[in-house]
Design a binder for this molecule. Structure first.
Ligand SMILES: [Zn+2]
Length: 334
């Protein structure tokens, strides 16, 4: 009989005494070493790997393997057996990092979110802190506490990121943040969830693993969507409405400003997702210059307003989800 952690590295669950049903097991084609000295079973996949390597990386595995085994304990090909409740795909990612010496975050390539999630889940559960923390660092950088300079829309922000993911995967990111108590990731990740329509409810499936938001995060997003939509409307108002030209170009400029304002209101109300409160208006303003160019002074004022409004939007992002995040920018009114 072997003992494996369940859910938390601090909590243990005694495994059953059932003999391994070898006929239903599939040996991992990638991680079955003939001189391995422990067999780990996850789902229907069996891995024959090395106790010493796992023990060095993980105090949880170290403690697990140190427990004396009874005479009638499960064995496969002479190796003691440990049954784990993890997904086999999660273990494969960690074994690749551990046994293949793979650099998981090489420059110039995009790491799939499923890989990052596996490293965090297994790293967290088995206290393999190097893997967990390296993967969390990638998410912290992608979901930071400062408004990223490269952010124009959430979709393009993710498309240009070092992580291979789309908006639906922010559900996984939220769950990883909750698992590891990494609050700083949550505001932008929940913002990403608010850009979803049906998938906000139905969830996302990657490599056979299905992720949905918890009920409380789902409720926070439903409320957040409304708040973001209202904030987007206020942003348009703050950037464009009541612009007056005080330069010598007076009337011609004012007409252009009125046209820009009218089109901005149309754009904001007609173009989904209406919860895209953080979207930059720089592209819109640039586009307007072709036919409705204001004077240079008013153009500078518009750009400054846009910058200030988006900074303030970022400042209020945690509040949209009733979060308090240590280190989040407090005062962006300058
Ligand atoms: Zn003007």
């Amino acid at each position: 009989m072997a003992e494996a952690p369940e859910g938390s590295s601090k909590r243990r669950r005694a495994e059953t005494n059932d003999s391994p049903d070898l006929s239903s097991l599939q040996r991992s084609s990638e991680f079955w070493f003939s001189d391995g000295n422990i067999v780990l079973i996850a789902g229907n996949t069996a891995f024959r790997v090395y106790q010493g390597l796992l023990s060095r990386q993980s105090q949880v595995f170290h403690d697990m393997f140190a427990i004396p085994q009874p005479q009638d304990a499960e064995h496969i090909e002479g190796c003691p057996v440990v049954r784990l409740s993890d997904d086999a795909s999660d273990l494969i990612c960690v074994f690749r990092a551990l046994l293949n010496g793979t650099n998981y975050f090489p420059r110039g390539t995009r790491t799939p979110i499923a890989t990052i999630a596996s490293l965090i889940r297994i790293g967290h559960k088995y206290e393999m802190l190097t893997f967990r923390d390296q993967a969390l660092k990638v998410l912290r950088e992608l979901f930071p506490i400062e408004l990223p300079g490269s952010f124009t829309t959430f979709t393009t922000y993710l498309e240009d990121s070092p992580v291979l993911m789309d908006e639906a995967d922010t559900i996984t990111v939220v769950n990883l943040a909750r698992l590891t108590d990494t609050t700083s990731i949550l505001p932008l990740a929940l913002y990403g969830c608010c850009q979803l329509q049906q998938k906000l409810i139905t969830g996302v499936t990657r490599e056979g693993r299905h992720e949905e938001l918890s009920r409380s995060d789902l409720l926070a997003c439903i409320e957040g969507k409304d708040r973001l939509a209202l904030a987007r409307g206020r942003a348009v108002n703050s950037i464009f409405v009541r612009m007056k030209c005080y330069s010598g170009f007076g009337q011609a400029c004012s007409i252009n400003l009125q046209n820009i304002t009218r089109l901005a209101l149309d754009y904001a109300t007609l173009k989904p997702p209406i919860a895209a409160a953080l979207d930059s208006w720089t592209g819109f303003i640039d586009y307007m210059l072709e036919h409705h160019k204001p004077c240079e002074e008013c153009l500078s004022a518009l750009r400054l307003r846009e910058k200030t409004v988006r900074r303030n939007m970022w400042k209020s992002l945690p509040e949209m989800f009733n979060l308090i995040v240590e280190g989040w920018p407090e005062n962006c009114d300058e």
